[in-house]
Design a protein around this ligand. Structure first.
Ligand code: NAG
Ligand code: NAG
Ligand code: NAG
Ligand code: NAG
Length: 786
C-alpha cells in the first residue's frame, strides 16, 4: 500500500523524491525483537545527536486530494493558476503538483466542485476529491515534509546539488589545486523510533576551477592521440558537472564526438538553432572553441508515459566538474589539503549545524514556510547510549587488555602471534638500485619476526632492471610450486606495474605476494614499524592467524559481503564474499563473482554460500550451527531487493540444515553522536551503542561507534538486522558485532565495520581495480588481497 502512495506523489510532480527504503518492515518478522530490540549491558553514556524533532500540533494530519480538470489541460502551470485563483485556497497551506493537492486543513466536503474561467473565456470544472488523511508517520507524509524542507532551504539561498544543499555564496577556495568548496548540508526527515525528526549533517561540494574543455585539453597533451577519446570517456563519464549559467548540475552519461557547437538542434517551437546562437541568445555567453564535442546527459523523464529519456547536450566549455576525478583522487597532496578543509571536529560540526537551525528560525520566510503547515523545528535530541565492555585480545599463550581499543600495536609488542607458519622458501624481486634497501628490510623483518614467533629464512633475491617487463620475466622464470611467497619491491607506485604483477601471481601462477613501495622503506626512523606491518601481512598471506577475541558461541560462521565496481567493464560489478572457516574466527575463505544486475548478485550469493560451507566442512567436519552475515555495499533503495531476493537465495541451500542464521545490512549513516566533556563536545567513546530514539521503529537496528578518530568527527556505523532466526538477544548481537570489528589483520585496532566486510571490500576492490577476472581458487584460503 505504501508503495503505491509513493508512486502517486511522483506522478506529474516536479520534485520526485524517492525514499524507496521507506515502509519496509523487517522487524515484524523477527519474533524475538518484536516487543523489544534494545540491549541493556554496558555503561550508560549521554550523547547529543544531529537530530531535531519536528513539533506538530496534536492530531495533525495531511489531507491528500485528487484534482481533475474538465476539459483537461496539459500545462501544469495553467492547472496551478486555475486552482489557486479560487478564494478557498487563499492563505491556506497548500502544495499542488498539478494532480495531487495537499492541504493542512480539510475542505468542507469530501468532493468539492469549482467552476472557473480561463483567460480565453473557456469554462472549466475542477473536481477536488479527498483521497486520504495521512498521519505524520505515513511514508507520503514523510516525503511531503522533505519537500517542505527543500523549500525552506531554498529560502536560505542554498542550492540543491544531487541530494544535498550547498551555499555558493560562501565558497572556500583552495587555490593551489584550483578547487572551490561549497559548504552545505545533507538533510532528511524520517520517522524515527517515536517521532518525526530532521537529521542534518555537514557536507561539502567540491568544484573544479577548470572547465571540462580545459580538462580535455590537458588530457590531450598528456596521453597518446589514439587513446584520447577513450581516455576522456573513462575519466568523465559518470561525473557530475555544474553549468554556471543556470547553476544546475548534470551527470555526464556520454560524449558525442560528432556534434560541434556550430551544429543545430530543434528548439521546442520546432525551429532549428545552432548551439553557438542558442547560448548567445539565452545566456549571453559566447562560445570560443567551435571544435569541441558535446557532453550528453540523460534526464530522468517526468512524463509518465514516455519511455525515451530526455537527452541534453552540454558544451564542455561551459561545464565545471564537481567532485573529484580519479586523477585528482590519486593526488596525495590534494587529498590532504582537501581533508584539512572538510574535516570538522565535533565542536565545529555542531557550530555548523546550529547555524543552519538558527537561520531557519531567524529567516522569516523560512519560518513562515514551516508555520503555514503548523510545523515547528524543535531542539536537538540527546539520548542515552551504552558503552559495551572492552575486548581482550588473545595472543599465543597470553592475552592483553589494550590501553586503547583503537590501536593495540604497543600492547602486543613481544607477544607471539596466534598461529604462525614459517617462511622457508620465498623470493624477493627488486631493482639493482634498491638492493641496499632490501638488505636492510630483511634484517628488520628477521628482528621483528623473532618476538612474533615468525621464523623467516633467507630468500632468493632477484636483482632486475626497473621495468614492468623485467618484473614479469623474473616471476615467470622463478616462481614455482615450492615458492611460498613473492615480495616485489616497486620503484614507484605505477598502477600498471602493480596490476601486472598481481594478475600474474593471482591468476596465472597463484602464489601469495607482497608488493612494497621502495619509498616506504626509506623513511627514516620508520623501518621497524614498517617491517612489523609487513611481517604481519605476510603471516596472514601464508594463512596464519594474528590474534583473536573471545567468541562465546560455538560453531559460528561469520560472513562479510561487499560489492565494488569493475573499473574496466562499465555496468559490471564484483561481489566479494568472505566467510570464516575456523571457530575462533581467525581464518577465512574468499569467493568472488562478477555480476551485472542486482538480482544477479542474489543468484551468485547462493554459489558463494555453497563454496563457503564446503570450506567450513573441510575444517570442522560438521556444519556451522549459526551463520551471521554482514552485508555491506547496499545502496539507497536496495533494501527491498536484499530482503526479497538475497536473504532467500543465501539461505535457500540451508533449509534442510539445522542452522540458524541472520543477515545484517551494514551502512554508513548521516547520524552523528557527540559526547559532552568539560564543557565541550567530543566524539563518543569507542564501543558506544545507540539503539533507541535515533533508530527506526520498523527495523531491528542499532548504531555502533567502533572507530578511533583523532581529528574530525567519528562516523557511527548503522546495522539493520533484516533477518534473524538465531534467537540471539540484542545485547549479544551488538557485542558480537563489536567483537567482529577487532579482527581485521591489516590493522592492530578496531575498524569501522566488521572484519569480514572489510576483507570482502579489499577483495572486491583488488579484483575490480586490478584483476578484472576471478582469482585463482588455489588462493581461496589465504588473505592474498590484503
Ligand atoms: C579560479 O580560481 C581563482 C583563484 O585561484 C579565481 O580568482 C577565479 O575566479 C577562479 N575561476 C573560476 C571560473 O572559478
Ligand atoms: C549561481 O550562483 C551564484 C553564486 O551564488 C550566483 O551569484 C548566481 O546568480 C547564480 N546564478 C543563477 C543563474 O542562479
Ligand atoms: C550524436 O548526435 C547525433 C545528432 O544528434 C546523432 O545523430 C548521433 O547518433 C549521436 N551519436 C551517438 C554516438 O550517440
Ligand atoms: C535455532 O533457532 C530455534 C528457534 O529459534 C531454536 O529452537 C534452536 O535451538 C536454534 N538452534 C541453535 C543451534 O541455536
Amino acid at each position: 500500500e505504501s508503495k503505491s502512495q509513493c508512486a502517486v506523489l511522483g506522478k506529474g510532480g516536479r520534485t520526485r523524491y524517492d525514499f524507496p527504503d521507506l515502509g519496509i518492515n523487517t522487524r515484524k518478522s523477527i519474533a524475538h525483537v518484536r516487543d523489544c530490540k534494545t540491549g541493556s549491558s554496558g555503561i550508560p553514556v549521554k550523547v547529543i545527536t544531529n537530530l531535531y524533532s519536528l513539533l506538530l500540533p496534536r492530531e495533525w494530519q495531511l489531507y491528500q486530494y485528487h484534482v481533475t480538470f474538465n476539459p483537461e489541460f496539459e500545462s501544469r502551470r495553467l492547472r496551478l493558476a486555475l486552482l489557486y485563483s479560487h478564494a478557498e485556497f487563499l492563505g491556506k497551506a497548500k502544495a499542488f503538483d498539478g494532480v495531487i493537492l495537499f492541504l493542512s486543513q480539510k475542505l468542507e466536503n469530501q468532493v468539492t466542485e469549482l467552476l472557473t474561467e480561463t483567460k480565453r473565456g473557456e469554462t472549466v470544472k475542477i473536481t477536488i476529491t479527498l483521497k486520504s488523511k495521512l498521519p505524520p508517520s505515513s511514508p507520503v507524509c514523510i516525503q511531503f515534509f522533505n519537500i517542505v524542507f527543500k523549500k525552506v532551504l531554498k529560502k536560505l539561498s542554498l542550492y540543491q546539488v544531487g541530494r544535498n544543499f550547498y551555499s555558493p555564496s560562501e565558497p572556500v577556495v583552495i587555490p593551489q589545486h584550483r578547487l572551490t568548496l561549497w559548504p552545505g548540508f545533507a538533510i532528511s526527515i524520517s520517522q524515527f523510533e517515536s517521532r518525526v525528526m530532521l537529521s542534518v549533517d555537514v557536507s561539502h561540494k567540491v568544484l573544479c576551477n577548470d572547465t571540462v574543455l580545459e580538462f580535455m585539453t590537458d588530457l590531450y597533451t598528456r596521453c597518446d592521440r589514439a587513446g584520447f577519446t577513450e581516455m576522456c570517456e573513462k575519466e568523465l563519464i559518470g561525473l557530475v558537472v555544474l553549468t554556471r549559467y543556470n547553476n544546475k548540475t548534470y551527470r555526464i552519461d556520454d560524449i558525442n564526438w560528432s556534434v560541434k557547437p556550430t551544429d543545430t538542434f530543434p528548439k521546442r517551437d520546432g525551429t532549428d538553432i545552432s548551439y553557438v546562437d542558442y547560448y548567445k541568445q539565452q545566456y549571453e555567453v559566447v562560445l570560443r572553441d567551435l571544435n569541441q564535442p558535446v557532453l550528453v546527459s540523460r534526464l530522468k523523464n517526468k512524463q509518465k508515459d514516455s519511455i525515451e529519456p530526455r537527452i541534453v547536450h552540454l558544451i564542455p566549455e561551459l561545464c565545471y566538474l564537481t567532485g573529484l576525478t580519479s586523477q585528482a583522487r590519486a593526488d596525495y597532496r590534494l587529498m590532504k589539503d582537501l581533508v584539512q578543509e572538510t574535516r570538522l571536529n565535533p565542536e565545529r560540526r555542531q557550530q555548523r549545524l546550529s547555524r543552519l537551525t538558527d537561520n531557519i528560525q531567524r529567516n522569516s520566510e523560512a519560518r513562515l514556510e514551516l508555520e503555514t503547515w503548523g510545523l515547528q523545528l524543535e531542539c536537538q535530541i540527546s539520548l542515552t547510549g551504552r558503552i559495551v565492555p572492552a575486548e581482550k585480545i588473545l595472543m599465543q599463550g597470553e592475552m592483553c587488555l589494550p590501553m586503547s581499543a583503537g590501536d593495540w600495536s604497543k600492547d602486543m609488542r613481544n607477544m607471539k602471534m596466534l598461529g604462525v607458519p614459517s617462511l622457508d622458501t620465498w623470493l624477493i624481486v627488486c631493482s639493482n638500485r634498491n638492493a641496499e634497501i632490501v638488505k636492510n628490510l630483511l634484517n628488520c623483518l628477521r628482528r621483528v619476526g623473532g618476538p612474533m614467533g615468525f621464523r623467516i629464512e633467507y630468500p632468493k633475491i632477484l636483482h632486475i632492471q626497473e621495468s614492468t617487463l623485467a618484473f614479469l620475466r623474473a616471476l615467470q622464470q622463478h616462481v614455482n610450486p615450492e615458492v611460498q611467497l613473492v615480495m616485489c619491491v616497486l620503484p614507484s607506485n605505477q598502477k600498471d606495474c602493480y596490476d601486472s604483477i598481481k594478475k600474474f601471481l593471482i591468476l596465472d601462477r597463484p602464489v601469495p605476494s607482497q608488493c612494497v613501495l621502495a619509498r616506504t622503506l626509506t623513511k627514516p626512523g620508520m623501518m621497524m614499524s614498517v617491517a612489523t606491518k609487513i611481517a604481519m601481512q605476510i603471516i596472514c598471506k601464508l594463512g596464519g592467524e594474528l590474534w583473536a577475541v573471545e567468541i562465546p558461541l560455538k560453531s559460528l560462521m561469520v560472513i562479510g559481503i561487499d560489492v565494488s565496481k569493475d573499473a574496466l567493464n562499465k555496468g559490471s560489478s564484483v561481489v566479494g564474499f568472505v566467510a570464516s572457516t575456523s571457530s575462533r574466527i581467525t581464518r577465512w575463505s574468499s569467493h568472488c563473482i562478477f555480476q551485472t544486475t542486482g538480482t544477479d548478485i542474489a543468484d551468485c550469493l547462493k554459489v558463494c554460500m555453497k563454496g563457503a560451507i564446503s570450506k567450513w566442512l573441510k575444517h570442522n567436519q560438521e556444519l556451522p550451527a549459526r551463520i551471521i552475515v554482514y552485508r555491506d555495499g547496499v545502496g539507497d533503495g536496495q533494501l527491498k531487493m536484499v530482503v526479497d531476493y538475497e536473504v532467500p537465495q543465501l539461505f535457500s541451500s540451508l533449509t534442510e540444515l539445522s542452522t540458524n542464521y541472520s543477515l545484517s545490512v551494514v551502512k554508513k549513516c548521516i547520524a552523528r553522536f557527540f559526547a559532552e566533556a568539560d564543557g565541550s563536545l567530543r566524539n563518543p567513546p569507542i564501543g558506544t551503542v545507540v539503539d533507541t530514539e535515533a533508530t527506526r521503529p520498523e527495523w531491528y537496528d542499532f548504531y555502533l561507534v567502533s572507530q578511533l578518530v583523532h581529528q574530525g568527527t567519528v562516523n557511527p556505523t548503522h546495522y539493520n538486522v533484516v533477518y534473524d532466526d538465531s534467537g540471539l538477544k540484542p545485547d549479544h548481537m551488538q557485542r558480537l558485532t563489536y567483537k567482529m570489528c577487532h579482527l581485521y589483520y591489516n590493522w592492530p585496532g578496531l575498524i569501522r565495520v566488521p572484519a569480514p566486510c572489510q576483507y570482502a571490500h579489499k577483495l572486491a576492490f583488488l579484483v575490480g581495480q586490478s584483476l578484472h577476472r576471478e582469482p585463482s581458487l588455489e588462493l581461496t584460503e589465504k588473505l592474498f588481497y590484503l
